[in-house]
Design a protein around this ligand. Structure first.
Ligand SMILES: [Ca+2]
Ligand SMILES: [Ca+2]
Length: 198
């Protein structure tokens, strides 16, 4: 006998199945008593992306670009298989050039995986940090991790364990740091930024 539910079952839930005495065998004999058993579905943890607007498909918010040189940040470039990507153009080098997203909620001493797609027109690189958004900018477990970008879309993945805080925080800043790698005329493209608990 095969039972096909109308809707998907919910994870981590106990279901009870009853075959009542209405059930009959091929010779038309009813069962003498109801037969009941139960089972529990598996626990499935769906890791939620902690990054807002991860593919730059809804404008540039809440991403922020800062440079003490000169440059622009827009969502006017094509992504890798999507209409938009984050697009930074450098018109004057700076010593502090960063694309970041604040207000990231993080649990202490927990494994996370950051992945993203990126390239630059010169293959110039970027480094990634995750730190407290405000002073004293405490590092939260990912510090100046250098990613060797190429000149066409590639996907990068970094696994790390949070540190530097003891209770859940909501003030993480994920930072793509372009100096000292950037140069005048550089264009950087970033898309599909995904930060999940592992
Ligand atoms: Ca995109
Ligand atoms: Ca490179």
């Amino acid at each position: 006998m095969t039972f096909t539910p109308d809707a998907d079952l919910t994870s981590n839930t106990t279901y009870t199945i009853t075959i009542s005495t209405d059930a009959k065998d091929l010779a038309d004999n009813s069962m003498q008593t109801d037969h009941t058993w139960e089972f529990t579905t598996e626990v499935i943890t769906i890791s939620e992306n902690l990054i807002q607007n991860p593919g730059f498909e809804s404008g540039t918010t809440p991403w922020r670009f800062y440079t003490n040189g000169m440059g622009t940040f827009m969502d006017d470039a094509s992504g890798d298989g999507s209409p938009h990507a984050g697009h930074i153009t450098i018109s004057q080098e700076g010593s502090n050039v960063q694309l970041y997203q604040p207000d990231i909620v993080l649990e202490p001493n927990t494994q996370y995986r950051l992945s993203f797609k990126a390239y630059s027109n010169t293959g110039h690189d970027v480094s990634i940090s995750l730190h407290k958004h405000g002073s004293p900018y405490t590092n939260y477990g990912l510090s100046d991790y250098v990613v060797d970008l190429g000149t066409s879309w590639s996907e990068y993945s970094i696994q790390f364990t949070t540190s530097g805080f003891s209770g859940t925080v909501n003030d993480g800043r994920l930072r793509f740091w372009l100096s000292p790698y950037d140069a005048v005329g550089d264009e950087y493209f970033i898309d599909n930024v995904i930060l999940v608990k592992v």
